[in-house]
Ligand binder design. Structure first.
Ligand code: ZN
Length: 342
């Protein structure tokens, strides 16, 4: 089964990491693991699963419960005992700088916030600049108490021997097509066989390939941002246009989905998870939205999206729904509604 816990689907790797999860539950984790394998094969997902298993406060079950406060906060990426270090998006080179590692070292000098085991995920470890790698080595040598590192790489040959010698290596292999295809089918993605093949057995890559609706979403995103750059009359015009499209309900659902992904990104941005952005091509816009929407506005707009979906089920006038949604978005965004696509 792909779904192993709330918010975590892990395909084809569960047998590989089962012994680690067992160790996590009994508090016997090694202080440093190296997860190696092709990109988008599930290494990062497995690392998060390990972190959550080690920190979950529930007693039972092979996987994290998904229900305790720790699980929920880790799932949202806001638990201080799950620290993620990824390339600084401001660096064009895609590297992890020494100042990021120094910041990490400062954090891990303090005791874990409330989990019994704190996890640091560095993805990818090969993005560390030499100075950054040297700064990290001492911490790997003398690890802080109750803290484990999961280093992730697709290019193990580029790692320093000193990093390799301090890590327990866990190798991830491509997911078999017979497992990948039903999973893609279960997600109603078209051309599942072709996508599975093109992805070389990497579920993350397969999903990205399967998102054939990407063009449509991009178009709606451009329209949405353009409407929000305007004012109330622009909102009324847009609502009118959407309600007149052939399949107004599908059109509205797409608008809701796009707005939802933008809101999600504002939350990710606020939680320093730039690596997880859907709209990673629009950091300025996400930054501007996040500045005004986090934390209250994003929650209120998400609630409104949920309510809009509910009301669509009982056939409330689509035009009125769009007007209400967009004018609330305008109001919440305030001056940030003027943020434009890059
Ligand atoms: Zn839990």
């Amino acid at each position: 089964m792909a779904r192993v816990s709330d918010g975590i689907e892990l395909l084809g790797q569960t047998a590989r990491i089962a012994p680690l999860l067992e160790r996590a539950r009994s508090g016997r984790l090694h202080h440093c693991y190296l997860f190696e394998g092709p990109p988008s094969v599930g290494k990062h997902t497995a690392a998060e699963l390990l972190a959550r298993t080690a920190a979950c406060t529930a007693e039972q079950g092979p996987f994290p419960c998904g229900q305790c406060l720790t699980c929920k906060q880790m799932l949202k990426g806001i638990h201080p005992d799950l620290i993620q270090v990824v390339p600084d998006p401001k660096r064009k080179s895609g590297t992890i700088g020494v100042e990021q590692v120094r910041e990490l070292i400062r954090k891990v000098r303090l005791r874990p916030y409330n989990a019994s085991w704190r996890t640091v995920i560095i993805d990818p470890i090969d993005a560390l600049m030499p100075q950054a790698a040297n700064a990290l080595l001492k911490t790997l040598e003398e690890p802080p108490p109750d803290t484990g590192f999961v280093l992730i790489t697709s290019r193990v040959s580029s790692l320093l021997p000193t990093v390799l010698s301090r890590s327990q290596r866990v190798r991830f292999a491509a997911v078999a097509e017979k497992e990948l295809v039903p999973w893609l089918n279960s997600k109603q993605l078209p051309d599942a066989e072709r996508i599975a093949r093109l992805s070389l057995g990497c579920p993350g890559a397969a999903l990205a390939l399967g998102e054939g609706g990407l063009e449509a979403m991009d178009q709606v995103r451009a329209e949405l941002i353009s409407v929000l750059n305007g004012d109330i009359p622009a909102v009324i015009d847009a609502a009118e246009a959407i309600s007149r499209t052939k399949d107004a309900k599908a059109a509205l659902l797409l608008w809701l989905a796009v707005l939802e992904t933008l809101l999600r990104d504002t939350v990710m941005w606020a939680c320093d998870r730039e690596d997880a952005l859907i709209h990673s091509d629009q950091p300025k816009l996400i930054d501007a939205w996040s500045g005004v929407l986090w934390p209250g506005g994003a929650g209120r707009l998400q609630l409104l999206i949920d309510q809009t979906r509910q009301r669509m089920l009982v056939n409330v006038n689509n035009r009125l729904l769009v007007e209400a949604l967009l004018s609330s978005t305008l109001r919440e965004l305030g001056p940030a509604s003027r943020a434009r696509l890059q």
